[in-house]
Ligand binder design. Structure first.
Ligand SMILES: *Cc1c(COP(=O)(O)O)cnc(C)c1O
Length: 387
């Protein structure tokens, strides 16, 4: 169970016993556990082998012993060794973590299982959020399961299957012109009258807790040895930030040593604020005015956690690269036709970036590299029609 919350910028602490958004300073709060106490008595390694959902690592999750976890079976996704893409590049140990097999077809399910569980446990009747698409449909699904209302604002250009999903789950869906930034504006203007709890990216502490299980699972799958590099399609950056948190926790628990993977962010050229900031040596990113890419999950013009993403990339010795839409669609096509994995365009971006990363020396051929397949291709007409 969580011990307390602490601000990622100023360090101010807050109680985990009530519904809380950001720190007073505006930065995200994160959950902290009494890791030394857990290390003293947690089974090593501390996975609950009975569970194959995000609550498998319940010792380091925000749940009390008497609470029934909210779950749709998210997490514990396959780690598939590349059959052809890797070998063709001379990458003998390339893996795909297939998050497309989660409920609602993306890793967003992990974060929403935990955020909605926690919101309900702390008394919320409903949640509200802006989304580029997949966070909205995942929130809608978990709210349907939990009996909470769900208000979502997302771009009208969001792929149709994702919009239909939200309706099917009974969400109160609002389509806005522009990007997730405009959807965020819509939410901020209505949050007071709506009365729901705001679960926008990094504006509450528990979506991160769900997503960090990707890091725990990777460690467990590789017998508590982390890979050399993780290639991640980056929008709001929570996946990267969350896995980095998981690694620190696991080291404090004594489950892993001090070695860390190099964390590599891939973005679309039409919306690459993190890549630009990484190259410029900046600590924060400049918002993109007209974000444009078919990889809707990467159409995030500014991220609240930009400083955390950049710090993670740098302290891991990682990299940040951008690929074009034709490159990322080609990557998705390769995943389908050469690996049998029908992936969304975001995941296609990681495959589209491999050549660049090899050329730049950001990954090496002998290394163990994991590409995150963050979403399922069936949700994207652009992928399905490009085949
Ligand atoms: C949200 C999303 C991303 C971006 O993930 P972050 O962790 O927010 O950077 C990537 N791919 C898909 C399919 C997504 O839905």
């Amino acid at each position: 169970m969580v011990d307390h919350l602490a601000c990622t910028r100023c360090g101010q602490t807050a109680s985990a016993a009530e519904l809380t958004n950001t720190c007073g300073c505006g930065a995200p709060l994160m959950a902290h556990y009494d890791l030394p106490a857990l290390a003293a008595h947690a089974p090593h390694p501390g996975a609950d082998r009975e569970r194959t959902d995000v609550w498998r690592y319940h010792e380091v999750m925000p749940i009390g012993v008497d609470e029934t976890p909210l779950t749709l079976g998210e997490g514990w996704t396959p780690l598939v060794r590349s059959q052809r893409i890797g070998p063709a590049l001379g990458l003998e140990r390339l893996y795909f973590k297939d998050e497309g097999l989660n409920p609602t077809g993306t890793f967003k399910a992990r974060g929403m299982a935990v955020a909605v569980h926690r919101a309900r446990a702390l008394g919320a009747r409903g949640v509200i959020l802006p989304s580029a698409g997949n966070a909205g449909s995942a929130a809608a699904a978990y709210c349907a399961a939990a009996g909470l209302t769900c208000t979502v604002a997302m771009p009208e250009s969001t792929p149709r299957p994702i919009i239909d999903e939200c309706h099917a789950f009974g969400a109160d869906l609002h389509l806005v012109a522009g990007s997730i930034a405009n959807a965020g504006q819509w939410v901020r203007e209505r949050i007071a009258e709506n009365g729901s709890f705001d679960i926008s990216t990094l504006r509450e502490p528990y979506r991160i807790e769900g997503k960090k299980t990707m890091g725990y699972e990777l460690a467990e799958a590789f017998d508590w040895q982390l890979p050399d590099a993780i290639v991640y399609p980056t929008g709001g950056g929570t996946g990267l930030i969350a896995m980095w948190k998981a690694f620190d926790e696991m080291q404090a628990l004594g489950w892993i040593g001090a070695d860390r993977p190099r964390m590599i962010a891939v973005q679309a050229i039409g919306c690459a604020p993190i890549v630009a900031a990484f190259r410029a040596g900046a600590d924060a990113a400049i918002p993109v005015a007209d974000p444009e890419t078919v990889a809707s999950g990467l159409r995030v013009p500014s991220a609240l956690g930009d400083f955390l993403i950049l710090a993670t990339l740098r302290s891991s010795g990682g990299a940040a690269v951008a690929v074009s839409d034709p490159q990322l669609l080609d990557g998705a096509h390769q995943l389908a036709s050469e690996e049998g994995i029908l992936a969304g365009p975001e995941a296609g971006a990681t495959v589209g970036a491999l050549n660049k990363l090899l050329d730049a020396g950001a990954i090496a051929r002998h290394e163990r590299v994991v590409c995150f397949v963050t979403g399922h291709g069936l949700k994207y007409p652009a992928v399905m029609s490009a085949a």
